[in-house]
Design a protein around this ligand. Sequence first.
Ligand code: CP3
Length: 343
Amino acid sequence: MAKILLETLKGNPGEKVPFWFMRQAGRYLPEYREVRSTCPSFMDFCYSPDKATEVTLQPIRRYGMDGAILFADILVVPDGLGQQVWFETGFGPKLDPVATEETFSKLSMANFHDKVGNVYKTVSNLSSALPENVTLLGFAGAPWTVATYMIAGQGSKDHAAARQLGYGNPDLFGRILNMLVDATAEYLCRQIEAGADAVQIFDSWAAAIPETMFDEWIIKPTKAIVEKVRAKHSETPIIGFPRLAGAALARFVEETGVDAVSLDTGVPLEWAASEVQSKVCVQGNMDPHLVVSGGDLMVSEANRIMESLKGGAHIFNLGHGFVPETPPENVALLSETIKNFRR
Ligand code: CP3
């Protein structure tokens, strides 16, 4: 059986709209919470191939998505570089901040692949466990988004610490981004070598960056990763996701050379069809909060999204990840709606 998601990423869409959802493995599923409860540390959970494989497969069994996304986290990369990362319940990620020469000098690739090696093991487990029509997606965070966590030592609303370091000490900031480019490119290549069919680069915090800085912080690092991965694996599609980039999305697509792009919830679809989908495959873009209420509005919105993007390559997805309060039965209704649509 053909992998219709992979074919669509390569620019060969068929009658059906392939689908997967960001955070399709996660706390909205009781079977996820059950496995998750056996492992107090979230990072240890990401580094447990059997558990990570199991929770990746759970949504596929329930809903039959065309794509399975590796279960791990974007903060695996700073952890692999030697920055301590942990998750506090009710708070989120915590890291020992890297914002000075001294803290930066402690990071290196020396133990990277050993430290994150179990993620590659999860990918290879998945590549044999998944049904043959399901596309296996690897992923990493984009350097800018990962740097916002590394520099602040936690999540932040306006990414003040990263922006201020970027303006105030562009040399150090540039070296942090370069280290992330090299690590991320190697990390994605290893995932592809372990069996990932395609990879997505999450730039969740690409919002409201001045255009000159958008080039330096978002486009250049992403383009460098795309070039490095493509030099080794020219056939593997690369999906970008500069979330909330607004009109800069069109330039992102042209300049980075990604094969596909994920649209956040706010991207107008008529604009996306003419300015973005005319060049690359698009994914998106249902509001994850609409899946919390579900019902007729969710169904009609899903159909509107698929109608609006049926003129080119489209993979159905959310505009951002599922939230924990999502009722699993609404995901079932959404999945059926997508499966029944014909272009
Ligand atoms: O199903 C999937 O999408 C695959 C797994 C996945 C996770 N995180 C699992 C996860 C993926 C692709 C990510 C990416 C990720 N992680 C991003 C980029 C995408 C986005 O959501 O914008 C970011 C910014 C992170 C960092 C991160 N991880 C934060 C801020 C948090 C805490 C917030 C929260 O929702 O609790 C996480 C934790 C996390 N990563 C969870 C999951 C399922 C929840 C933690 C848990 O189960 O205890």
